[in-house]
Design a protein around this ligand. Structure first.
Ligand code: X90
Length: 275
């Protein structure tokens, strides 16, 4: 059996037409923990975190969770959140080694997205497309790295609180944000860490700036995937702006699941594009 897998930072709960599984990250405080699976009520989770004043943190999936997802497969294509910010990729590789000891003939390709959310979606779609086109495991394993390196990820956030509190951006970068109506625009660096680009005031400026950055990155009308945190309106405005410039685009926008919602925070948007 062939299986496609993404961790829950990939923001998908299903993937039509293929055997697809997600492996959940976990979010917690001293009092509660949330498994980022399809049963998670993201809105309720966000309400809880915003009313909770103590520490909160996240954890990558266990080795066993990956092994359970591999179960039954002899060919696996998996994608993880960036290794620059999470131990998920390295955990998945530990699971791969263990699984291969018991299933020496299995083939497992795990791609480090060097991104999150929509970057993972694009990678998964590409692996499904290549497999459906009859390409070999070795071909797909190489091709997907080239494809990954052609993708870009941008984001617009209203708060960096959870990223800074968990050491994923420097406190210096974060300190300017959190002021009412100030937004931050950034991108995923080549190494898969957060690279802040600019600050701006208000959602209108944010939309203009995001579109400008996407243009500057050399975007010419390729596929775009968007994940937003309870901000359909912003996502729609970005989509309208892009369509005005580039015409019809293969574009899908989905609500973020737990992990990306926690870090991108309410109102946040993450955009992955083929450049
Ligand atoms: O292992 C773990 O506990 C998970 C840690 C994840 C940390 C960062 C997640 C960021 C999600 C923020 C905007 C997009 C930035 C992407 C840069 C590569 C969303």
């Amino acid at each position: 059996m062939v299986k496609f897998i993404a961790d829950s930072a990939g923001d998908l709960t299903s993937f039509s037409g293929v055997d697809y599984e997600t492996v959940s990250l976990v979010l917690s405080t001293d009092e509660r923990s949330f498994v980022d699976d399809e049963k998670l009520d993201v809105h309720e989770m966000l309400e809880y975190f915003y009313s909770h004043h103590g520490r909160s943190q996240t954890a990558c999936p266990s080795t066993q969770a990956w092994i359970d997802a591999f179960a039954g497969a002899d060919e696996v294509y998996a994608v993880t959140i960036t290794s620059g910010l999470s131990g998920t990729f390295s955990g998945a590789n530990v699971a791969k080694e263990q699984y291969l000891e018991e299933h020496p003939d299995a083939k497992i390709c795990i791609v480090d997205s060097l991104a999150t959310g929509p970057g993972e979606v694009l990678l998964l779609e590409k692996m499904v497309e290549l497999k459906k086109a009859g390409k070999s495991f070795d071909f797909i394993s190489k091709e997907i790295i080239k494809y990954r390196d052609s993708l870009r990820l941008f984001f617009g956030l209203s708060s960096l609180h959870n990223l800074a509190a968990n050491g994923r951006v420097s406190k210096i970068v974060a300190s300017a944000i959190g002021i009412i109506n100030i937004k931050i625009i950034g991108t995923a660096s080549k190494e898969g860490v957060i690279d802040p680009i600019a600050k701006c005031r208000g959602e209108k400026k944010l939309i203009e700036h995001l579109i400008e950055e996407i243009k500057k990155a050399g975007y010419k009308g390729g596929k775009i995937r968007i994940c937003h945190v309870e901000n359909e309106k912003l996502s729609k405005a970005v989509i309208d702006g892009l369509k005005k410039l580039f015409g019809e685009i293969d574009l899908i926008s989905i609500p973020a699941r737990g992990l990306c919602s926690y870090y991108a925070e309410r109102g946040g948007i993450i955009i992955g594009c083929e450049c």
